[in-house]
Design a protein around this ligand. Structure first.
Ligand code: GLU
Length: 427
C-alpha cells in the first residue's frame, strides 16, 4: 500500500483536523518523492520539530478564573526562525495548529522568505469575551510561550480572530518580559508600534494579485468577472473591496451566520461600512442564503476566505466557478481537490494564494530590525513582485511536471526546507 493509500484508509475514522494533517503529510510525501528525496527527509519534514501545549489561568470579568489551553507549533527552522500567526477559535486543536505550521513553512518556501513555519492558537470563543478578558488572555499566553518565541526564534502574527490590537498587547507583554522594546517579536502590529504599511490588507492584496494572474492564464477578464467570496474577515472583506475596485462583480459574499447574493453585484462599500470587528454583516439582511447555496452560485471565480474544510466531496460537484482561489488556510479537502481537478476547475492553493500576509509580515520584521520604515508604495511594489514571481514559479512546475497547482506549490515550498536541512547535515 502506498503512503497515500495508507493515509486515506486511516482518514475514514478521524477528526476533521487530523484528516487535514494527514492529507498534508500525503502531499508532502508525494512532493518530496517527485523532487527525488527519500524517506529520511520525509521523516524529518512530516511533523513539526516542536509543539508546546500550555494551560494558563485568566481572571474573567465576573471574578471567576478560567483555564485556557493554547499551542505553539514550530515546524522547521532549518531556513531561519519560524513564523506564523496565532488563532483564537473554539475549534483550535493540536492537529490543526500542526498543519497550519507546516503550511507556513511551505508558504515561506514558495515566497522565498528566510523563515520556517510556526503557528499558535488558543481554544476560546473570542466573540463572547470582553476586551479586558481578551487582553488578559493574550498577555497570559505570551508569558506561557515566551521561552520558545522571540525575534530570532519564532515570530507570531495575526490569524483567525486575532488582530493588530491583540498583537500590540502581545508585543507589550513580551517587551516587559525581556525588559527592552521588542517590536520584531511579532508582526501585524498597529503602525504606531512598528507595524508595516500595507500589512492589514496584505493577505487580500496577495490573493487579488494571484486572482489576476490565474484569470489571465484562463483567459478571463477581471473587468466584469463574477466573483463569490466566502468569509468577510481580514482576507475576505478587503478582497471584496479590491475585486470590486478592479471592476469585478462580487455576486455573493458570506459571514459566519449567512450569505447574500446579487447577480448585479453586492454593495461592498455598504457592507464594509456596516460590518462588526468579526466581519459580521448578514444580520442586516432578511433575504440571506445559506453557505451551501453560496458555493453553488453561478460565477467565474470562487474564493473560500473563511475556515478549513469548506469544499468537500459533498459540494465539489456543485461548484460552477472555473477558478477557485483559496484565501483561507485548508478550505478544500484532498478528495475535493481531486474532484475539482477532474472537472477541469483551476485551483490555486492556499499556500500560494494567501502568502501575501506572511510576505508583508516579513517586510515588517525587516523594518523593525533596521528601525527604518518603508512607504505604502514600496511595500505594495515589493509584494506584487513576490506574488507574481511565486505564482509563475508554481505554474511552471505544475506544467513541467504535469501535476496540479497544489502539488506544484508543495514541491516549490518544500524544496528549500529539504535543501537547508541537508546542508545543515540533518538528513
Ligand atoms: N496568519 C497568516 C497566515 O496564515 C499570516 C502569518 C504571518 O504573517 O506570519 O499566513
Amino acid at each position: 500500500m502506498s503512503v497515500k493509500e495508507e493515509i486515506l484508509e486511516q482518514q475514514a475514522e478521524e477528526s476533521e483536523s487530523l484528516n487535514m494533517y494527514h492529507s498534508t503529510q500525503a502531499v508532502i510525501h508525494e512532493a518530496l518523492r517527485k523532487l527525488g528525496y527519500g524517506e529520511a527527509m520525509y521523516e524529518l519534514l512530516k511533523e513539526p520539530l516542536r509543539l508546546l501545549t500550555v494551560r494558563f489561568p485568566v481572571r474573567m470579568d465576573d471574578g471567576s478564573v478560567k483555564v485556557f489551553t493554547g499551542y505553539r507549533s514550530q515546524h522547521n527552522d532549518s531556513v531561519g526562525p519560524t513564523k506564523g500567526g496565532i488563532r483564537y477559535h473554539p475549534e483550535v486543536d493540536e492537529a490543526e495548529v500542526k498543519s497550519l505550521s507546516v503550511w507556513m513553512s511551505l508558504k515561506c518556501g514558495i515566497t522565498n522568505l528566510p523563515f520556517g513555519g510556526g503557528k499558535g492558537g488558543i481554544i476560546c470563543e473570542p466573540r463572547q469575551m470582553s476586551l479586558g478578558e481578551l487582553e488578559r488572555m493574550s498577555r497570559a499566553y505570551v508569558r506561557a510561550i515566551s521561552q520558545i518565541v522571540g525575534p530570532n526564534k519564532d515570530i507570531p502574527a495575526p490569524d483567525v480572530y486575532t488582530n493588530a490590537q491583540i498583537m500590540a498587547w502581545m508585543m507589550d507583554e513580551y517587551s516587559h518580559l525581556r525588559e527592552f522594546d521588542s517590536p520584531g517579536f511579532i508582526t501585524g502590529k498597529p503602525i504606531v508600534l512598528g507595524g508595516s504599511q500595507g500589512r492589514e490588507t496584505a493577505t487580500a492584496r496577495g490573493v487579488a494579485i494571484v486572482i489576476e494572474e490565474a484569470a489571465r492564464k484562463k483567459g478571463i477578464d477581471i473587468k466584469g468577472a463574477r466573483v463569490v467570496i466566502q468569509g468577510f474577515g481580514n482576507a475576505g472583506s478587503y478582497l471584496a473591496k479590491f475585486m470590486h475596485d478592479a471592476g469585478a462583480k462580487v455576486v455573493g459574499v458570506s459571514d459566519v451566520y449567512g450569505a447574500i447574493a446579487d447577480p448585479n453585484g453586492v454593495d461592498i462599500d455598504y457592507l464594509l461600512d456596516r460590518r462588526d470587528s468579526f466581519g459580521t454583516f448578514s444580520k442586516l439582511f432578511t433575504n440571506t442564503i445559506t453557505n451551501k447555496e453560496l458555493f453553488e452560485l453561478d460565477c467565474d471565480i470562487l474564493v473560500p476566505a473563511a475556515i478549513s474544510n469548506q469544499i468537500t466531496e459533498k459540494n465539489a460537484y456543485d461548484i460552477k466557478a472555473s477558478i477557485v482561489v483559496e484565501a483561507a488556510n485548508g478550505p478544500t479537502t484532498m478528495e475535493a481537490t481531486e474532484i475539482l481537478d477532474e472537472r477541469g476547475i483551476f485551483l490555486v492553493p492556499d499556500i500560494l494564494s494567501n502568502a501575501g500576509g506572511v510576505t508583508v509580515s516579513y517586510f515588517e520584521w525587516v523594518q523593525n530590525n533596521q528601525g527604518y520604515y518603508w512607504t505604502d508604495e514600496e511595500v505594495e511594489q515589493k509584494l506584487k513582485k513576490i506574488m507574481v514571481d511565486s505564482f509563475e514559479n508554481v505554474y511552471k512546475v505544475a506544467k513541467n511536471h504535469k501535476v496540479n497547482m497544489r502539488l506544484a506549490a508543495y514541491m516549490v515550498g518544500i524544496r528549500k526546507l529539504a535543501e537547508a536541512s541537508s546542508f545543515r547535515g540533518w538528513v
